[in-house]
Design a protein around this ligand. Structure first.
Ligand code: UN1
Length: 498
């Protein structure tokens, strides 16, 4: 099935604008069917070293291409992605499992990013500012960092790749990219698009393979000056430690434990819609997915009933069938992790209201499916209320006041996204001030960030950097302060000032 769209059985690395086969490969499985879709290279540290050397040379020339011309390539990339949106979306569903409607949304996110970052080619603003001495000019400009390493996850294999590579490219860097081995087709397709759009050879290099070999070699390579990573907390911390020793800039996005707060004055139907979409969309496999609902005690029973009713409407199955709303879990390891949290939740004393089991009947038996799951009467400190599950599992935590709701929201180690449903404008403004996450929603669920705003979070979610938005440029550029003294004499700052 995939072959009718893909036409290759084995993917190759893309280095120096050429396609290179690897000696060793592993197979990529469609999580909806268990079928093998393609083989992906397991590259070596030598492949990384070669890609970095190529990138280093290519970057020197690329940095000299005026940014508006660099941006022209991104406009073409956006156009090709748009022309191929349906094909890309179907391939994305085949490798990742997300339902087709969501796959189209993800591809659109990439198209949006292409046009947005292409626009930056004519901005890339710095500042001019008065100098403290006469006949002296001062400004700050952005300059590229050189070769950047990007490491992208399987849950948004094309959107997150565009969040990282497009700002890097428009800012004049060259890229070495390790995509997740579970979802390499989007990387292969995007590399082909770069090639067709006329990106010079070596500006983007794709090296497929494992984190322990390819990722490790990238993190340790002295000529990679920035690592931008989205993935698990443990891996991110390990990368940060290694980059720290090398004084290498590192931008991390490592998940969340996002909550929806439902106050006593909320529109409960709307809240239930928001919760079901952000908890069970993408089978809960988003960094932004809602996995806690902090509900005012007085509306808890009514909300539970509404959620249970809406959950009954969720049809589960292969995402290529457009009647399905929830697709599979990425693989067996993901499924096993979710199952283990069901046991943890039960043992901790949370009450299971719906779901909690793997789906194995008939046409689902060869894929990895898990029933949308609702726990209630969870406490804020239970492990199911604290740890990222990355599956279609949400827990209701009852509270008595607005203040308690904020405290419970903030009482986790993560800080990516939060949401509040309320009709009270004073609570809205207090909440947006006091919720300690990098993204806050009012009267909407926890997912659905737009690409021209900063994406990322506080505390254990990240390390102070942001993907997307104009803020992404800070990751991929160095600030340079430039002083031009046109007085023709020695002027000493701080000293020759009247
Ligand atoms: C992620 O899960 O890592 O805000 C990215 C959202 C999407 C991106 C999610 N636009 O849910």
């Amino acid at each position: 099935m995939t072959q009718t769209l893909l036409h290759v059985k084995q993917l190759e690395n893309f280095i120096d604008g050429k396609w290179r086969a690897a000696d060793e490969t592993t197979s990529v499985i469609n999580p909806a069917t268990g079928e093998e879709v393609v083989h992906v290279p397991l590259s070596t540290a030598d492949d990384v070293n070669e890609a970095v050397g190529i990138a280093k040379r290519a970057q020197k020339q690329w940095a000299r291409v005026p940014a508006p011309q660099r941006a022209e390539v991104l406009y073409r990339v956006g156009q090709i992605m748009k022309d191929r949106k349906e094909r890309l979306s179907q391939l994305l569903t085949m490798e990742n499992g997300k339902v087709l409607e969501e796959a189209r949304g993800e591809v659109q996110e990439g198209i949006d990013m292409a046009y947005y970052m292409a626009g930056e080619g004519r901005r890339l603003f710095g500042h001019t500012t008065p100098a403290e001495l006469d006949n002296k000019f001062a400004m700050s400009v952005r300059s590229p960092v050189g070769v950047v390493g990007i490491i992208t996850p399987w849950n948004f294999p094309i959107a997150i790749a565009t969040w990282k590579s497009f700002p890097a490219i428009v800012a004049g860097n060259a890229v070495v990219w390790k995509p997740a081995t579970e979802t390499p087709i989007m990387a292969y397709e995007l590399a082909k698009i770069f090639e067709e759009a006329g990106l010079p050879a070596g500006v983007v290099n794709v090296v497929f393979g494992s984190g322990s070999t390819v990722g490790e070699a990238m993190v340790n390579h002295e000529d990679i000056r920035v690592i931008s990573f989205t993935g698990s907390n443990d891996t991110g911390r390990g990368i940060a430690a290694k980059c720290g020793q090398q004084l290498k800039k590192v931008s991390l996005e490592m998940g969340g434990k996002n909550a929806v707060i439902v106050m006593d004055d909320a529109d409960l139907d709307l809240a239930a819609d928001g919760i079901v979409w952000s908890a069970f969309g993408t089978s809960g496999q988003r960094c932004t997915a809602a996995s806690r609902v902090i509900v005012h005690q007085s509306v808890k029973a009514e909300l539970e009933e509404k959620l249970l009713n809406k959950m009954k409407e969720l049809s589960i199955g292969n995402g290529l069938d457009e009647t399905n709303k929830v697709g599979p879990i990425i693989n067996k390891a993901g499924l096993d992790k979710i199952k283990s949290y069901i046991e943890i939740g039960k043992n901790e004393g949370a009450k299971l209201l719906a779901g909690g089991y793997e789906l194995t009947d008939d046409e689902l038996q060869d894929g990895y499916y898990f029933a949308p799951t609702l726990f209630t009467d969870a406490t804020p400190t239970m492990r199911i209320s604290q740890e990222e599950i990355f599956g279609p599992v949400v827990s209701l935590i009852p509270v008595d006041t607005f203040e308690e709701a904020i405290e419970v929201n903030n009482g986790v180690t993560y800080g990516l996204s939060s949401s509040i449903f309320t009709a009270d404008v004073n609570r809205v403004f207090r909440a947006q001030r006091d919720l300690d996450t990098g993204i806050v929603y009012v009267n909407a669920g926890t997912t659905g960030a737009e690409i021209h705003l900063p994406f990322g979070g506080t505390k254990g979610t990240g390390n102070g950097h942001r993907d997307s938005g104009v803020q992404a440029l800070d990751v991929f550029t160095e600030w340079k302060a430039v002083y031009v003294d046109y007085s023709g004499k020695l002027q000493r700052a701080q000293i020759d000032v009247e």
